[in-house]
Design a protein around this ligand. Structure first.
Ligand SMILES: [Zn+2]
Ligand SMILES: [Zn+2]
Length: 131
C-alpha cells in the first residue's frame, strides 16, 4: 500500500495499486505550482484518508483546464486529486514511500527553462505526448 501526504500531514491518501505512469512536465503552470513530476493513478485505487476540508483547488482560466489541488495550510501541491476522471495525475513529491517506477517522458520541453537540465534518457515531447 502506497501512502502520500502533504507537508503538514493534514491531507493523507493511500494508493492500493501502483501508479501506471510517471512523467515530468515543464509547462509554466506545472513549474509554478511546484509539481512537475507526476504519476497517473486509477480512481478506484486512490483513497483520501484525511484532510478533505483542507483541499483548495485552483481553477485556471481558459485555455487552461486542469484544476490543481493544494493543502490550504501548508501549500503542498497535490496534483488533480479531486478529478472525476478514471485516471488522474498526482504529484510524485507527495508520496511517502519509494515509487517503483521512474520517469517515462518529458513534456512541454519547449517551456523548460535553460537552468534545468534533463538527465535521463526518457522520451522528450515539445508539448503533450502524441497519443
Ligand atoms: Zn498540508
Ligand atoms: Zn504542465
Amino acid at each position: 500500500m502506497l501512502k502520500g501526504s502533504c507537508c503538514c500531514g493534514t491531507i493523507k491518501f493511500t494508493l492500493s495499486s501502483p501508479p501506471t505512469m510517471m512523467g515530468t512536465c515543464y509547462c509554466t503552470r506545472c513549474r509554478k505550482v511546484g509539481a512537475t513530476t507526476f504519476v497517473f493513478v486509477k480512481r478506484d485505487s486512490f483513497k483520501l484518508i484525511s484532510g478533505v476540508d483542507s483541499i483548495s483547488t485552483y481553477k485556471p482560466e481558459a485555455p487552461y483546464k486542469y484544476n490543481r489541488c493544494f493543502c490550504t495550510h501548508c501549500g503542498t501541491s497535490l496534483g488533480e486529486i479531486t478529478s472525476p476522471e478514471e485516471s488522474f495525475p498526482v504529484a510524485a513529491n507527495c508520496f511517502d514511500n519509494e515509487l517503483k517506477i521512474t520517469n517515462m517522458f518529458h513534456e512541454f520541453v519547449k517551456e523548460k527553462p535553460s537552468w534545468y537540465g534533463i538527465c535521463d534518457e526518457a522520451k522528450q515531447f515539445i508539448e503533450h505526448p502524441h497519443q
